[in-house]
Ligand binder design. Sequence first.
Ligand SMILES: [Zn+2]
Length: 65
Amino acid sequence: MICPNCQAPIAHVNVEPIPIQFGLKPFRGVAYTCPECSAILSVQPDPGAVQNALLQALAQAPRPS
Ligand SMILES: [Zn+2]
């Protein structure tokens, strides 16, 4: 993989926590950055935060009786 910003070959990426604003709801996310120039290569929601939000939504959903 080559960094699209500084063209350095990337052997690994750094991971930094970054908040993602999803509507009015802030969401925990992670940014994958280039170790050479710190350019953000990708941002993803924190897998744990996604799971918690899903479990909360399921708990609040109306159940068929
Ligand atoms: Zn770079």
